[in-house]
Design a protein around this ligand. Structure first.
Ligand code: ADP
Ligand code: MG
Length: 438
């Protein structure tokens, strides 16, 4: 497939090099930095996973690597060379694969072959082989609307393979599938890859599923957000096929959890400065109060300490849902995170065991330390009617949070309402103090 020999590329094996890549979206002045100063290398024969919470810039990075979008600064080299525009050696499979609805399964695959200039008989034979490979034998003449989500994604894989990319980029390819289809398709991909049935030289897969990364990757690149950056890299030395129940597997999952959830920051760091003030204003995590209560109760039942992996499984929370709840627990001072474990604080224990009224008071006391909420509360207190237009807050929050401002304000209102501090009046579009009694 490739004309390059190992001798011709002594410095190897480095297929992809990402150096100091930063990407900002939006116009200057109002721009938002999605990823900052990212370094990444992928060697020939490697399967690398980019792992991190949603919003940490994984898709952004993948699009830059595939050349679908330029970086704001930094470099992307493929086999040591700059690639201008779309990287012809890379293909992305997205979370939900866009198939042509008016074409059959077979035609959806042959399109890719036709684009590569493959002759008709070969196109036909190759398409049938690929369709068979992904387990869709017998569905060649079916239309996308006749297929389940899992089957459509398989067609997407077959089409991506028809392109024979050297670098196969996968953006959460299994996350839209039901559990069984996802597992089956993972198995099929691993069989093709490990059995060297693909001409592909490396795979780069984005996921926010820790187990999936440990199951498939040779190396996991852990990313964090605000702005997106690489936290650490964790090699996965486990032999294939890997079993989720193995102690070594679970130990690694634990390690990755520890890297993703990190450590509890100091209070000043955690709280940040008030909106409009210099310094970083901490975002409120998108956590639901019910989920927080569930986490606290579970932790308390576990004797005050539990590893995050177990906790996520027990509460049936995916990483993307667990992390904001953990963050909320940390901001409130109810728990901290250390070595991949969540540890309940005495305050958190008090919350877990308290009545609903006491819980509200505990939360009220704590969220008033949160700069955004304190600032809203103080602004309302200083108003003659203790009512201020929502738009006033929104405008100020935009300076810190940009497009995230409406969501941040909604989160602040949800928490404050729970704590009976302030609320939102639909009729007048105003925020008002709950405690009318002075
Ligand atoms: P991930 O894939 O890790 O969830 P993304 O790369 O999709 O993260 O997004 C990273 C950040 O960049 C997010 O805050 C997202 O809102 C923002 N973002 C992504 N695409 C755009 C865009 N086209 N314009 C503005 N902001 C964007
Ligand atoms: Mg994404």
């Amino acid at each position: 497939m490739t004309t390059m020999t190992t001798m011709a590329t002594p410095e190897t094996a480095e297929l992809l090099t990402v150096r100091g890549v930063t990407k900002s979206y939006g116009a200057e002045g109002k721009s938002f930095t999605a990823v900052q100063n990212v370094d990444l290398r992928i060697a020939e024969g490697e399967f690398v996973c980019l792992l991190g919470p949603s919003g940490c810039g994984k898709s952004t990075l993948l699009r830059i690597i595939a050349g679908l979008m330029p970086a704001t600064s930094g470099q992307v080299l493929y086999c040591g060379r700059h690639i201008a525009g779309v990287n012809p050696y890379a293909t992305i499979v997205f979370q939900t694969f866009a198939l042509f609805p008016w074409l059959t399964v077979e035609q959806n695959v042959t399109v890719a072959l036709k684009a590569r200039g493959v002759d008709l008989p070969t196109r036909h034979a190759t398409a049938l082989r690929l369709i068979d490979t992904v387990g869709l034998d017998g569905f060649e003449k079916a239309y996308p609307r006749e297929l389940s989500g899992g089957m459509r994604q398989k067609v997407g894989f077959a089409r991506a393979m028809a392109v024979e990319p050297e670098l196969l980029c996968l953006d959460e390819p299994f996350s839209a599938l039901d559990v069984l289809s996802a597992e089956a398709l993972r198995g099929e991909l691993m069989e093709l890859w490990l059995g060297k049935k693909l001409p592909t030289r490396a795979i780069l897969m984005v996921t926010h599923n820790i187990e999936e990364a440990v199951l498939m990757a040779d190396r996991i690149v852990v990313m964090g957000k605000n702005p997106g950056h690489v936290v650490t890299e964790i090699p996965v030395g486990l032999r294939h096929p890997r079993a989720r129940k193995d102690t070594a597997f679970q130990a690694l999952v634990d390690r990755v959890y520890a890297a993703v959830a990190g450590h509890t920051p100091s209070e000043a760091e955690a709280l940040g400065t008030a909106p409009g003030q210099p310094g970083h204003t901490r975002r409120l995590p998108p956590a639901r109060i019910n989920a927080l209560s569930g986490l606290m109760e579970r932790l308390n039942e576990e004797g005050g300490r539990s590893d995050l992996y177990r906790l996520g499984a027990d509460l049936q929370l995916e990483l993307d849902d667990l992390l904001p709840v953990l963050e909320a627990a940390q901001i409130l001072g109810f728990a901290h995170v250390t070595e991949g474990d969540a540890v309940l604080t005495p305050l958190g224990k008090a919350f877990a065991e308290a009545s609903i009224l006491t819980r509200k008071q505990l939360v009220a006391g704590r969220i008033l330390r949160q700069p955004t909420i304190l600032w809203i509360f103080e602004t309302l207190r200083q108003d003659d009617n203790q009512r201020v237009a929502k738009s006033f807050f929104l405008d100020k929050l935009r300076a810190d949070f940009g497009d995230e401002a409406p969501r941040q304000l909604d989160l602040a209102i949800k928490w404050a309402r729970y704590a009976e501090l302030f609320a939102f009046d639909d009729d007048t579009d105003e925020l008002y103090l709950e405690a009318a009694q002075e």
